[in-house]
Design a protein around this ligand. Sequence first.
Ligand code: ZN
Length: 274
Amino acid sequence: MPKQIQLKGRIFLTFNIQAVTGLHIGGSETGIEIGGVDKVVIRDPITNRPYIPGSSLKGKMRSLLEKYRGLSLNRNIGGTAIHSCDQSEEYQQCDICQVFGVPGEMNFATPTRLVVRDVHLTDESARILTEQAHTDLPYTEVKTEVSIDRVTSAANPRRMERVPAGAIFGPAELVYSVYEGKDGYASIADPKKDVERFRALVEGLQLLEDDYLGGSGSRGSGKVRLQGIRVSVRSGEKKYLEAPQKVKEYDDLSALESDLLNLLREVTSVLGLA
Ligand SMILES: [Zn+2]
């Protein structure tokens, strides 16, 4: 019997991301000098505003979760060791590979559960940065960091572009799919387990808040905070064209965490899995 996968529904998690400290998410280092800045931020080519690529957000959460859970970092991609299951049995038990995907699709893999969209600077923050903050560059400040060469003791100043503290990006949108799947008679995706696995995503967000996004985190940059979290669900059971059903709203991540059991119960019910 062939492998069969059915979408049971999707969970949408939206929120704003506030930069609590200056945020540097690196753009392409093309060697073009922009105001004498060594390290520039990534910008939307159309609006010229800095943004947070979904891939940065997703990659950071994954990497923090891999270390939190002590997974084997068995693969090397671009000089960075990452985790990836290479056996079907291991994959069946691995929240991280099921939620975040396996690099280079394996034949045993079911679809990646999580999609993370790019997060743009809010219009309000863009306005404040332009009209009130009068930043060094459009929407950004330039911070000089001095590193000391440990051998020669020579100072090596670097000018780094950051989105100033207080700026708000949003709404971020995380789309989490719930699947049911069979390979012959064996279950390869259980929708109830997918809903339980949503917990891994919440853990990833908490790990992110306690860590940092982008560069120079150990020197203070990149602390972020989630605000205005909204959870809604679109059921796959012949109702996909209906508007997503709003399930819960939370001011911040700690409010969501303390209500997580209720949240997962409601999601299970809306998806018709109870
Ligand atoms: Zn894995």
